[in-house]
Design a protein around this ligand. Structure first.
Ligand SMILES: Nc1ncnc2c1ncn2[C@@H]1O[C@H](COP(=O)(O)OP(=O)(O)OP(=O)(O)O)[C@@H](O)[C@H]1O
Length: 659
């Protein structure tokens, strides 16, 4: 905890000697001391795992990864998967066939006799070799096409699945930090790894087929030639795996830096922060911080590039030596008469083909395993999310004309929270009433509204519409029966009309009525394309609204839904005095029989409510109408008098009657 605090201070305060610091990159030690909490973040774990995993462990676990990717590819497209696999296998067959046919060509060419005769004798084998090569190239091209067709299909499949789940899981899941961590890993890296795991699995297959083809050819030519293939391929394979590991390790040490850079780049480039960056003159400070991290990252990457080059050069030298040793061994075999010249020539070709297939295979195994780990994160998240989707639950229905909604002894604690936010709340709303919830910040008003809206399940107690408990009703059914004007509403990057209808088009007359009721009609009148104006400045022709104008639209969408219960959570926080008055008037005098739960800090506006519940630390401490609560002289009376006094002080001549 102490180290976390130290980092925050360092991040927030500009350092004194800036010039000196800009001139040199920070030492790795400085950075790691600055952010130990970031460098230990859970989603870096695979990088560490990869650095430590041996090639043998990878090979043992690989079949499971390949099976997983095959299942995924099969679900994305059976045809493309079948074509990719079968044509790659067939191409391998023609590789081996072509290599063996080469012996015929060489045997004819190295035979005794005049050259034209030898060339003529070699022609049939040459045709076979050329045919095999052409067929192999054609098959590989079609397999490559099928493989690249698979990629977008796999992408679509996994993306859709993830968002199907994130939009369906219970809201409480999104308050669970472990779940959010899993989601971040699935979304940021796991999802992208899905097409890659398929692609690298195919690469493993292609590499393996190439190696088997070369090995079979060599085995047929002479069994002693097989170990020679291994000897030449090992150095390059070693170099590519070693180089990849160095990269993971560097990535691991840079994770914290990358996250900080990402946060800073968002602060510097996102429109939402632009005004404060300027008005608080943050530019210099942010740029210096960014440069510090970027300089560290640059240093680490340059070091990596140098070390990778050294490894590559070493691998190349070793391979050169191994190739020399192979040619020497072949020469000896020729000399000793173990193989004829034509076979030795074919062996050279087979070894070269096998060499590149084997080093591709080693690299592909490494990559496939890596992508498999990240894809595993995606699968883990999906499995976990599936358990949090409220499915196969109750099938009850809410009464069409309920008499009352009763909240009975409801308790609720947010996942992972130390204290309960609701501590045994009971209240009731009779049909057609306006019931107000008031209380100081954090007293539990919004939480209670969310429980009543079926967004959270209470830990104890019950919410009933007449005799029907919300436990017995599918959430979807409840959501059809309520309209919520939320405290934190979304600025949907859609048209003004869509911001009201939210994808449910019941006719323009209703849109206009809802807009009139909330004052959004005045906002829309001022827009270039009226209801068809796109409300997002990031797009060409998009418009931006003020805070209050956005709130009018949010209120309009609450009115637009023809639901018997309307929950208004701070619906006027951003509204001007006239709009606020108009809205509360509309809520009070609504004639469509809706029941309203109103949460607000504007106590003058709840005077007319049928009943007021005062919450404190998750408990109802007072209830009654305005007059009764003022007479009680409790928290409500105190808060109300404070607000009223503020107006009186500002205008001493105007008498404000607090009651
Ligand atoms: N998602 C959450 N996870 C954990 N705790 C939460 C969460 N949302 C709210 N809380 C906690 O629950 C308590 C009640 O919060 P709630 O938002 O219901 O208060 P409120 O009465 O609506 O406050 P305000 O008047 O400020 O809107 C607070 O202590 C808050 O810290």
């Amino acid at each position: 905890m102490a180290s976390r605090r130290r980092f925050s201070v360092r991040f927030l305060l500009p350092k004194k000697d800036n010039k000196k610091d800009r001139a040199r990159s920070p030492e790795p030690r400085e950075i790691s001391e600055a952010m130990p909490d970031l460098s230990e973040h859970r989603w870096t774990r695979h990088t560490g795992e990869l650095v430590e995993t041996s090639m043998r462990t990878m090979a043992t676990r690989l079949p499971a990864v390949i099976a997983q990717s095959a299942r995924l590819a099969w679900r994305a497209s059976r045809l493309d998967t079948a074509v990719t696999i079968s044509l790659n296998l067939a191409a391998g067959f023609f590789t081996a066939f072509g290599l063996l046919a080469t012996t015929g060509v060489l045997t004819a060419l190295f035979a005794a006799g005049p050259t034209p005769d030898r060339v003529r004798a070699a022609l049939p084998s040459l045709v076979v070799v050329a045919g095999a090569a052409a067929l192999r190239a054609g098959l590989q091209a079609i397999a490559g096409w099928a493989q690249s067709r698979l990629e977008p299909q796999v992408e679509r499949l996994v993306e859709l699945r993830l968002y199907e789940l994130t939009t369906a899981v219970h809201l409480a899941a999104l308050d669970d930090s472990d779940f959010l961590d899993d989601l971040q890993r699935a979304q940021s890296r796991g999802m992208a790894s899905a097409p890659r795991v398929v692609q690298t699995a195919v690469d493993v297959l292609t590499g393996a087929v190439g190696v088997i083809a070369a090995a079979l050819t060599l085995g047929v030519l002479h069994p002693l030639l097989l170990p020679l293939l291994l000897l030449t391929a090992v150095p390059r394979g070693w170099a590519s795996v070693r180089s990849a590991r160095m990269e993971y390790l560097t990535e691991l040490t840079l994770v914290g830096v990358a996250r900080r850079k990402w946060i800073l780049s968002d602060l510097m480039a996102d429109r939402r922060h632009a005004a404060e960056v300027r008005s608080f003159t943050m530019r210099e400070f942010l740029l210096e911080e960014y440069d510090r991290f970027a300089a560290y990252e640059r240093g680490a990457k340059l070091k990596l590039a140098r070390r990778q080059t050294v490894v590559k050069i070493f691998g190349d030298i070793m391979q050169g030596l191994a190739t020399g040793a192979v040619y020497l061994a072949l020469g000896l075999m020729l000399w000793k008469g173990l193989v004829p010249l034509a076979v030795a020539g074919t062996a050279v070709l087979a070894i070269r083909a096998g060499q590149s297939s084997l080093s591709n295979l080693v690299f592909a195994v490494n990559r496939c395993y890596e992508e498999g780990l990240y894809f595993g994160d995606y699968l883990t998240f999906c499995n976990e999310a599936e358990t949090r989707v409220p499915e196969g639950g109750p099938s009850g229905t809410l009464p069409a004309d309920f008499e009352r909604i009763v909240v009975e002894d409801v308790t609720f604690t947010y996942p992972g929270a130390q204290r309960a936010s609701l501590n045994g709340i009971s209240l009731e709303l009779r049909r057609g009433e306006v019931v107000a919830l008031v209380g100081e910040n954090g007293s539990g008003k919004t939480t209670l509204a969310k429980v009543m809206a079926g967004l959270y399940d209470p830990d104890g107690g019950d919410v009933r519409w007449d005799d029907v408990s919300l436990h017995d009703v599918p959430p979807q059914h409840l959501w059809e029966h309520i309209a919520v004007i939320a405290q934190e509403y979304t600025h949907w990057p859609m048209t003004a009309r869509q911001n009201i209808t939210m994808g449910r088009m019941d006719g323009d007359a209703l849109v206009l009525a809802a807009a009139r009721a909330s004052g959004a009609d005045e906002v829309v009148d001022g827009l270039a394309k009226g209801y068809d104006t796109l409300l997002d400045r990031r797009f060409d022709g998009g418009a931006e609204l003020s805070g209050g104008q956005w709130q009018r639209l949010a209120v309009a969408r609450g009115f637009y839904r023809d639901a018997p219960l309307l929950i208004c959570d701070e619906p006027t926080a951003a509204l001007d005095a006239r709009a606020e008055h108009h809205l509360f008037d509309r809520i009070r005098t609504h004639s469509d029989g809706r029941t309203v739960l109103l949460i607000t800090h504007r106590l003058a506006s709840v005077r007319q409510a049928d009943r007021i519940y005062v919450l404190d630390k998750g408990v109802v401490i007072e209830e009654g109408d305005h007059a009764a609560l003022m007479a009680l002289g409790g928290l409500y009376a105190e808060l109300y008098t404070l607000q009223a006094a503020a107006y009186q002080a500002a205008h001493p001549s105007e008498e404000v009657d607090p009651v």
